[in-house]
Design a protein around this ligand. Structure first.
Ligand SMILES: Nc1nc2c(ncn2[C@@H]2O[C@H](COP(=O)(O)OP(=O)(O)O)[C@@H](O)[C@H]2O)c(=O)[nH]1
Ligand SMILES: [Mg+2]
Length: 236
């Protein structure tokens, strides 16, 4: 009897959790649609950079601000559990930035982006680059209203990560294989990493880059320009 009551309670608790989770995601999706419409109405390209901590998101953003800043106004939303370190780096690189600290949260949510946009007020035709909280799990689930998610996988992380964290690579339109300058010092199999990314997402665009040396960045910027042009061309 006790076992039954216990099981029953556990089941109903689980149902409550599942329902709450579904509601949370539905609320986020509604707010993400609002952000998406806001971006589209202003012809703003919004990219959501997702990766493990330390793969090079902030370094890639610093480079992009310096390399693309003359052709487009770039604003940044930085997500981290704590500190304003990354937003200080972004401002030093020359872009306005809002830092969101998520505390115990492991991802950015659409309402945080809406609040960031209200502060940043990015102009028509600009780019909003979002650095999500570093981890390969929950940022995949949360739509922010972005045009595309871009996954960063650095060569020190192992070529199996797309297979172990498939949702992140399925949710992303492009993957940057960063720190390619380190390949000679590692046993990272670049071809295998590309193959693994394409196993989980056959359409994913792959760029082999080094934020340190600049290798491969021209191709990545070409993709960014194509996305910006697509946003400008899409009817509102
Ligand atoms: N060798 C090398 N180091 C890099 C590269 N990109 C970033 N790093 C280093 O990796 C570390 C983490 O970079 P960071 O941009 O802070 O990563 P984030 O946590 O994803 O924002 C820093 O020490 C960077 O200097 C790269 O292309 N090559
Ligand atoms: Mg960072």
């Amino acid at each position: 009897m006790h076992g039954y009551a216990h099981d029953h309670a556990a089941k109903s608790e689980q149902e409550t959790i599942v329902t709450l989770e579904a509601r949370l995601l539905a609320k986020n999706d509604a707010l993400a649609e609002r952000n998406r419409a806001w971006f589209r109405g202003r012809e703003i390209l919004a990219l959501n950079l997702v990766s493990s901590p330390g793969s090079g998101k902030t370094t890639l953003l610093e480079r992009a601000i310096r390399d693309l800043g003359s052709e487009a106004f770039i604003a940044v939303i930085e997500g981290d559990q704590a500190t304003v370190n990354d937003s200080e780096r972004i401002r030093a690189a020359g872009a306005p930035c809002v830092q969101v600290n998520t505390g115990t949260g492991c991802h950015l949510e659409a309402d945080m982006i809406a609040r960031g946009l209200a502060e940043l007020k990015p102009p028509v035709g600009s780019m909003v680059l979002i650095e999500n909280v570093g981890n390969l799990v929950c940022p995949a689930l949360f739509d922010l209203g972005e045009h595309a998610k871009v996954a960063i996988l650095s060569v020190t992380e192992g070529e199996d990560k797309p297979l172990k964290y498939p949702h992140m690579f399925q949710a992303s339109r492009a993957v940057l294989l960063n720190k390619i300058d380190l390949v000679p010092h590692l046993d990272f199999d670049v071809e295998k990493a590309v193959e693994n990314a394409r196993v989980v997402n056959p359409d994913i665009a792959v760029f082999r880059v080094s934020a340190r040396t600049g290798e491969g960045l021209a191709a990545w910027y070409g993709w960014v320009r194509e996305q910006a042009a697509a946003v400008r061309a899409s009817p509102f």
